[in-house]
Design a protein around this ligand. Structure first.
Ligand code: DGL
Length: 271
């Protein structure tokens, strides 16, 4: 029997669903296997070594499903582990930082770009490197927003409390004359409405989801691996922690009931 090979997407939690949603929209024939490491989220405050270890463990788990591609839909894990994972597996591995940087470069008119992300992503300097590689003249302001991802994981992205946190965290970024702000964490599109309200209508918000889905499509096309046929794919979702909250958020974000298999994670879960 022919079994369609899936695209494996991973994140520390629900953030990668922002990428999964865009993949579903752009490539509706593709089957997705999603893993959210909700038991060990957030990754932002963890060391690059620990994030690399966790990413490697998830990739080992996902590889058993024989995916055709791995998408690290987490900026923190992309910054820490992309190059390592690329060397480890023989299938294509895509991260979210270069797609996000490319999208911002094509959107900016003034060459002044802001980046917000987790402490891990901002401290890695990965966005500055990616942006300057594309255009050395670009002016970049970056800032960590460590409170955002935990809010989203709790399902609080449309609440007045969440809006206050966003308002408080972006006070400094708001002072910079940027015309684009990269949402350098896949959790942040959940807070898009508040972020846009605080930054004002002149600042364009850039999420890496669209561009990442485009890159997935390009790589699969080049390899002749795009899904064919008219079958509607049945996606699979796994999470290592609270499945009730994951389910609720996924349902809300994707607008459809999902089939979720909570897994009992076999490895240690440091606090
Ligand atoms: N969604 C992740 C990112 O893009 C990480 C959030 C976290 O776990 O701190 O960086």
């Amino acid at each position: 029997m022919f079994v369609q090979q899936a695209i494996a997407i991973l994140d520390s939690g629900v953030g990668g669903l922002t990428v999964a949603k865009e993949v579903m929209r752009q490539l509706p024939r593709e089957k997705i296997i999603y893993f959210g490491d909700t038991a060990r989220s957030p990754y932002g405050p963890r060391s690059p070594e620990e994030v690399t270890l966790f990413t490697e463990q998830i990739v080992d788990y996902l590889i058993q499903f024989n995916p055709k591609m791995i998408v690290i839909a987490c900026n923190t894990a992309t910054a820490a582990a992309l190059e390592h994972i690329k060397k480890k597996v023989s299938i294509p591995v895509i991260g979210v930082i270069h797609p996000g940087a490319r999208a911002a470069i094509s959107a900016t008119k003034t060459g002044r770009i802001g980046v917000i992300g987790t402490v891990g992503t901002i401290n890695s300097g990965a966005y500055i490197t990616a942006l300057k590689e594309l255009n050395p003249a670009i002016d970049v302001e970056s800032e960590a927003c460590p409170d955002f991802a935990p809010l989203v994981e709790k399902g609080q992205f449309e609440t007045p409390e969440a809006h206050l946190v966003v308002e408080h965290s972006l006070q400094e970024m708001k002072q910079h004359p940027i015309d684009c702000l990269i949402l350098g964490c896949t959790h942040y599109p959940f807070l898009k409405r508040s972020i846009q309200a605080v930054m004002g209508p002149k600042v364009k918000l850039i999420s890496s989801a669209d561009e990442t889905a485009r890159e997935i499509s390009t790589v699969l096309y080049q390899k002749g691996q795009l899904a064919r046929g008219n079958e509607i794919p049945i996606h699979q979702f796994f999470c290592s922690g609270d499945s009730e909250m994951f389910n609720k958020i996924a349902h809300q974000w994707l607008g459809e009931q999902i089939e979720l298999t909570p897994i009992v994670w076999q490895v240690s879960t440091p606090s």
